[in-house]
Design a protein around this ligand. Structure first.
Ligand code: COA
Length: 255
């Protein structure tokens, strides 16, 4: 197994550590596959009571690897990213996000599926889909307005600007902000508390809190269909090529 995602299990807590620091923990297909398989495994392994997702160095994750987007724009229901998003949305056991730094794109949208989110003070968040000429994913176009109302969801998804822990807390995306040195201990302490609770009661409570999975899944599918066409659009090619060439994209030629 690649150690670009480290998977450990101790005392009922499965810990998934995204570990590609030199690329700000950008997620490749192989990394999504490990994350998807691990969450699916958590669902069936009675030794796993709770999962924790975190990152390394200064990044939680900078989102999908943009080179991967450029080189492999074809996505279908069986691709690792789609499998990961489905696992995230459907997992019945508790899921904790421990955001240690940059959380870009799916780095922020995956938090909408977590039950508890802890962030270190230096964490930042962004949903730059439109900046990349893409559309939201992970059902964020459904979950964010439900959580925040239209205007604040539009602010995050249409302006696509980076925001800090103060705003993430204010908007209810993060439960608690801690010093970087305390992040792991805080997240693991919460995980230990959950791991000691009655597992079926927790699963049922989560299911009641989450409500209609079918709506979330349907929105993910609708987003995915549009996302797929956007990936090969001239606008998105310009945005991603500009990132690779370290320049500002020029959308002036598009109408
Ligand atoms: N995909 C591929 N490579 C990425 C990446 C991504 N999502 N995010 C960062 N990297 C790479 C950079 O290309 C750079 O590689 P290099 O050293 O070979 O040039 C390296 O990681 C370091 O990134 P850099 O941009 O120099 O760091 P930074 O601190 O100045 O900026 C980010 C960090 C995350 C703000 C910036 O890299 C960024 O905007 N990344 C793209 C994020 C994104 O759009 N994700 C997709 C969301 S759908």
């Amino acid at each position: 197994m690649s150690d670009l995602v480290q998977v450990s299990l101790k005392d009922g807590i499965q810990k998934l550590t995204i570990n590609r620091a030199e690329k700000k923990n950008a997620l490749t297909q192989d990394m999504y596959a490990i994350l998807a398989d691990s969450l699916n495994n958590a669902e069936t392994d009675p030794d796993i009571r709770v999962s924790v997702i975190t990152g390394t160095a200064d990044s939680f994750t900078s989102g999908n690897d943009l080179m991967d987007f450029l080189q492999n724009p074809q996505q279908d229901d069986e691709t690792p990213v789609i499998r990961f998003l489905h696992a995230l949305a459907s997992i019945k056991k508790p899921l904790i996000g421990a955001v240690n730094g940059l959380a870009v794109g799916v780095g922020t949208t995956m938090l909408l599926h977590c039950d508890l989110v802890f962030a270190s003070k230096n964490a930042t968040f962004s949903l730059p889909f439109v900046n990349l000429a893409l559309v939201p994913e992970a059902a964020s176009s459904y979950l964010l307005p439900k959580m925040l109302g239209h205007q604040r969801a539009a602010e995050l998804l249409m302006l696509g600007e980076t925001f800090d822990t103060a705003k993430a807390s204010d908007y209810g995306i993060v439960n608690e902000v801690v010093d970087p040195v305390d992040l792991d201990r805080t997240a693991m302490a919460a995980a230990q508390k959950l791991a000691a609770k009655a597992p079926e009661a927790l699963r049922l409570t989560k299911s009641l809190l989450k409500g209609d999975f079918e709506t979330t899944a349907a929105r993910m599918k609708a987003e995915g269909d549009i996302f797929q066409t956007r990936l090969v659009s001239p606008e998105a090619r310009e945005a991603m090529t500009a990132f690779m060439e370290k320049r500002t994209p020029d959308f002036s030629k598009f109408s």
